[in-house]
Design a protein around this ligand. Sequence first.
Ligand code: CU
Length: 341
Amino acid sequence: MTTIIVVAIIFLLISIVFQVAKTSEMVSVLKGMTQSRKDSNKILGWLLLIFMPVFFIGIVWSTMHYKSHFLPESASVHGVWIDNLFNISLIITGIVFVLTQFALFLFAYLYREQDGKKALYYPENNKLEMWWTIIPAIFMTVLVVTGLFYWYKITAPAPKDAMVIEVTGKQFNWIARYPGKDGKLGHKNFTLINDNNVLGMDWNDSLTHDDVLPTELHFVIGKPTKIIINSRDVMHNFDLPHFRVKMDAVPGIPTTFCFTPKYTTEDMRRITGNPKFNYELACAQICGQSHYAMKMSVVVQTQSEFDAWIKDQKPYYETMQPAPTAMAETVSAKDKKEEKK
Ligand SMILES: [Cu+2]
């Protein structure tokens, strides 16, 4: 019912505007064109002047209204640097935006066509041009140089004690792999991928035997975490919005990102005031029909909680039925038999 009323009101408003325009057109024919142009300039000037506060109030209102949808404070160390840079850029461009928009609408009203007013011919002012080139250039240089400084810091090689996790994107979920007790990820080869071996892990490499493939990502608070990002099919994007981490997952070319979580899941629940808050790994690259559903839960916990969790995880090698070594033995026994024949 409300929709019908809203549509009816919009329709009525459109027809009123149409009728007013038609009437003013008829009046202008009667009055003569010059007077009509002056009148319409006057109306336009006033409309733009009224639009200015509506426009600014609209910006402030929409910002406040959607504030609850904004990302909370960054949950990683480098995320704070990114947020600061973002805020500085926003403040500088915001001031310029408000001043120029204010002048735009005000000037449209002040300098509308009026009797006895003539436009001033002002061909050039080298001093003015010099300043409006130099000042933005200084701001741009400071922003770009600071941005580069932080970019190199964020993309610097991971420290040696960093925890290494491999994450592979596929249509339409993520596969996480943690090295087991040996602390090393085993060798894998895409030609070995099948329903029983989702990452194509090479069972001849004993390092693969304790690798764990959990359904959730677990990070340790304060511990540098290096993610090796892969894709099994198309391009995906490894996106941890709460940690300000975003990196393409490219088939055949592993990418990496190292970051340090700052708040545990519990801390973040307190900060956001949402007891159900959970970190999430999303895909930020439209990768197909079910792209929207491509996500994985993320938990940030203390080292002891993490140790207890990883201890409970069964290596992927041991979850296979029949065990891969048994399969390999059967195959090699079969081969030997055939050789004998
Ligand atoms: Cu994807």
